[in-house]
Design a binder for this molecule. Structure first.
Ligand code: ADP
Ligand code: MG
Ligand code: ZN
Length: 543
């Protein structure tokens, strides 16, 4: 069976060997197991369902979320001599009917359909007439509310499968491997979680870095000067940002295309083509660009602004270095981008998903504030596994001296405990620490706390960034309800009690402790309560 798979790989795709995981995934479905296949973007998921489709009798159905993606895939299959077709809203009713007839005659080995089709009873009854050995659910994270791209019609897939006269093999594929999403997919499609094939999420040829506190325009200018002949993508948050950047770069004589959803079809297509065919070297785009794009020689992906979550980030950044050569993924971080993303989430008006979206944004922010290996952070996020530090990323190669910030952390944590846990957000904590005269601070009586103004010689921005750092270190936790509130993470206890020393690289001016005795007192009280109870209880009020 596997020998046949290998021959097909050679014959249709011209590849001599499978990539990690491909063989296992193919074997698993061919042995009759419903399978979840999790591989990073560019890992080669398509082959995992296409080869079984070639081996099996009948027409494999592929559910795919994007019209453009379907067309590209089908074109590629036809070129490889594999009979395939797609049915989606770009076809007229007559064309769709015609393809269904051809499918019934057994003309296709793969038929791509958009999930929305499953909502049509008429289409469903025609589907029932086909011999379907395999259902492949591409971009399967669309099933999950926890995915970054939830599609309600994906939840109809399981009902469709149940209605088929003969149970087909099911294969779900995604690059999003967070546990929640994996669980959702398996639950929805009735896949045994032990039939998950998951490959390493580390991309050995990518070096990640986060650039903070720099003039972004200047950074970009210098970077592009150094990498003038290299192909790369710059992602910006809004259409307006894209237009502005594009104009600025053109003025600087850079060979650049742009892409966003506000452009006409023609403009977009020609911009994309110029870039894909190396007529331009740089693409400035919103996240509308890139799905299904298979350009192998992208040497860098720069995020000019913070993406909304890790899933989007890794998918976009992962477009660099598909050819396996060394490439860079750079995120330009500025704290106000977090506010922008929060605003966008707020504006989306989806009350139900808001807490999740905010939590994901927080995890994205954590990534920017971590001082550990960035590749490690990504892999842990997506697969829950630990890998050794990559040795290449911005943090692994950062040889600035670390500073002992245990005292600062204790100040922040004890102030948080005194204010009351799970009641307030980061901003208010920063205000109390810096001794703000803000109405809320005064109304709540925080100005009488011994920790009030304990960091008053530091800027609110600086203190907020330090709080973000503590969150990224899992010393402070965030609970996302109607609005996000913070509390001391169980790990924070060790820092409070002085059992753990905390280091940080970021350059911060040292300052005097505002009231040393009071801090000492505050800490003593907190330590005492910690000694009595296992974890910091919520709502501790000290007398
Ligand atoms: P994904 O869907 O996981 O993002 P694709 O299936 O689009 O990835 O494949 C990404 C690229 O990797 C494609 O250009 C594909 O031809 C190539 N590829 C896939 N499998 C192999 C293999 N075994 N050997 C070499 N190249 C491969
Ligand atoms: Mg794919
Ligand atoms: Zn690293």
């Amino acid at each position: 069976m596997l020998e046949q798979a290998r021959q097909l790989l050679e014959k249709h795709y011209g590849f001599s060997s499978f990539r990690p995981g491909q063989e296992r995934a193919i074997q698993s479905v061919l042995e009759g197991n419903d399978t979840l296949c999790v591989m990073p973007t560019g890992g080669g998921k398509s082959i995992c369902y296409q080869i079984p489709a070639l081996v099996m009798e009948g027409t494999a159905i592929v559910i795919s979320p994007l019209i453009s993606l379907m067309k590209d895939q089908v074109d590629a299959l036809l070129q490889a001599g594999i009979p395939a077709a797609y049915i989606n809203s770009s076809l007229s009713a007559a064309e769709a009917a015609e393809r269904m007839s051809s499918a019934k005659e057994g003309k296709y080995q793969l038929l791509y359909i958009a999930p929305e089709r499953l909502e049509s009873p008429e289409f469903m009854s025609r589907l029932m007439e086909l011999p379907i050995p395999l259902i492949a659910v591409d971009e399967a994270h669309c099933i999950s509310q926890w995915g970054h791209d939830f599609r309600p019609s994906y939840q109809r897939i399981s009902r469709m499968i149940d209605r088929l006269p003969q149970k087909p093999a099911v294969m779900a594929l995604t690059a999003t491997a967070t546990e929640k999403v994996r669980e959702d997919i398996c639950l929805s499609l009735n896949i045994d979680e032990s039939n998950t094939v998951i490959t390493g999420f580390a991309r050995e040829n990518l070096s990640f870095s986060v650039i903070k506190g720099q003039d972004r325009q200047r950074f970009l200018k210098e970077f592009l000067k150094k990498n003038a002949s290299e192909s790369g993508i710059i992602y910006a948050a809004t259409r307006k940002n894209v237009d502005q950047l594009h104009e600025g770069l053109m003025k600087n004589g850079i060979s650049v295309s742009k892409y966003h959803a506000g452009m006409s079809d023609n403009e977009r297509i020609s911009g994309q083509e110029d870039f894909l065919l190396d007529r331009t070297t740089v693409m400035v785009a919103t996240n509308a660009f890139g799905m299904g794009i298979d350009k192998s020689n992208i040497r860098y992906v720069i995020h000019y602004q913070l993406p909304k979550n890790m899933e989007s980030y890794y998918q976009e950044a992962g477009r660099a270095g598909r050819d396996g050569l060394d490439s860079e993924c750079i995120l330009l971080y500025s704290p106000q981008d977090v506010q922008v993303q929060r605003f966008l989430i707020d504006q989306s008006g989806d009350r139900f998903r808001m807490p999740q979206e905010l939590e994901k944004l927080q995890l994205m922010t954590d990534y920017c504030h971590t001082e550990g290996c960035l590749q490690q952070k990504i892999v842990r996020y997506f697969s829950g596994n630990d890998i050794p530090p990559c040795g290449r990323c911005g943090n692994c190669t950062d040889n600035r001296e670390s500073r002992d910030v245990t005292k600062d952390a204790q100040m922040v944590l004890s102030c948080l405990v005194r204010m009351g846990q799970k009641r307030y957000g980061k901003a208010l904590l920063a205000q109390v620490l810096t001794g703000s005269q803000n109405k809320k601070v005064l109304d709540f009586g925080f100005s009488s706390l011994p920790t009030y103004g304990i960091m008053k010689n530091r800027s609110a921005k600086d203190v907020t960034s330090f709080i973000e750092f503590l969150i990224s270190q899992e010393l402070i936790a965030v609970e996302h309800g109607t609005y996000p509130v913070i509390y001391v993470h169980p790990n924070g206890k060790d820092v409070l009690t002085g059992n753990r020393t905390l280091f940080r690289k970021e350059a911060v001016q040292t300052r005097e402790i505002a009231s040393g005795d009071e801090l000492f007192e505050a800490l003593r009280a907190v330590r005492k309560s910690l000694a009595e109870k296992e974890s910091v209880p919520p709502f501790v009020i000290f007398s």
